[in-house]
Design a protein around this ligand. Structure first.
Ligand SMILES: C[S@@+](CC[C@H](N)C(=O)[O-])C[C@H]1O[C@@H](n2cnc3c(N)ncnc32)[C@H](O)[C@@H]1O
Length: 247
């Protein structure tokens, strides 16, 4: 594989610790109701594979695709679940999928016009007719207002891990800067590192134009999980598109 941008290269080992309170079960069950059917599913940017694993518990054949090798947790693989260490934008599958999901702002990591265009065309090409593309996206207005620094502290038996984050807004993307401090009490050592995530918010109208070019029809767009109408304070919204082959 060519050298690619891996946003979680340095912090992958701590990813599950930082998101241990994220309700993956609730999110999976919420998205489950929106699937086209329960035959198969591709989980794009599956990360450590938590949604993938929970979908596989419903006997759906799940393929989790993730370009960061360090993120993939092979221990979760089972009869219904396999992981691929690949870039979705270059992926050439042998089969088509009934469902493609990309959860937890994966689309916002498609941080250039080239990447988001490729994401839509790739998804459309590998979806079965009437298949669904489902993702959540960081809201444009909210992301521009998110300049407040945040701090998170995780404590385990041997470690104290601190993560400070701040955002910088540029013309067409947001840079999220994470400063980590990792204290290993057993080894009496500490180290620090910085990770910069370049994320791009997208408007509904832009998604609609890409969908039109790719035979995808928007069937749902609401606030993620709550199903509320989108407002200027909505942090994250869900998009459900359906593939309609043009005859
Ligand atoms: C915020 S994480 C979300 C991980 C997981 N979906 C979750 O809910 O915990 C975004 C993930 O998307 C992955 N990713 C971004 N672009 C990708 C691409 N083109 N192909 C495969 N994985 C990608 C990143 O490596 C990262 O692990």
């Amino acid at each position: 594989m060519n050298k690619i941008y891996e946003p979680f290269l340095k912090s992958a080992d701590f990813y599950d610790l930082f998101y241990k309170n994220k309700n993956y079960k609730k999110e999976t069950d919420y998205v489950l109701k929106k699937l086209s059917n329960k035959i198969n599913l591709l989980d794009v940017g599956c990360g450590t594979g938590k949604h993938s694993f929970l979908f596989s518990k419903y006997k759906i054949n799940v393929t989790g695709i993730e370009f960061s090798k360090k993120m993939i947790n092979r221990k979760l693989e089972n009869k219904y679940l396999k992981f691929l260490n690949d870039d979705f934008l270059k992926f050439k599958p042998k089969q088509k999928f009934h469902n493609i999901v990309a959860l937890f702002h994966v689309v916002n990591y498609m941080n250039s016009e080239y990447k988001i265009r490729k994401f839509f065309s790739q998804a459309s090409n590998i979806l079965e007719n009437n298949g669904r593309l489902i993702f959540d996206s960081w809201n444009v207005i909210d992301s521009k207002n998110q300049n407040q620094p945040t701090e998170k502290h995780i404590k385990t038996k041997n470690y104290d891990i601190f993560r400070f984050s701040k955002t910088r807004s540029y013309n067409d993307y947001i840079e999220v800067i994470f400063d980590f401090l990792v204290i290993n009490h057993d080894a009496k050592k500490y180290h620090s590192f910085t990770e910069k995530h370049k994320m791009r918010p997208y408007s509904k109208n832009f998604f609609l134009s890409l969908a039109k070019e790719n035979d995808l029809k928007l069937i749902e767009n609401k606030e993620f999980l709550t199903e509320k109408k989108i407002t200027t304070t909505t942090k994250s919204s869900i998009y459900v598109f359906e593939k309609k082959y043009s005859s």
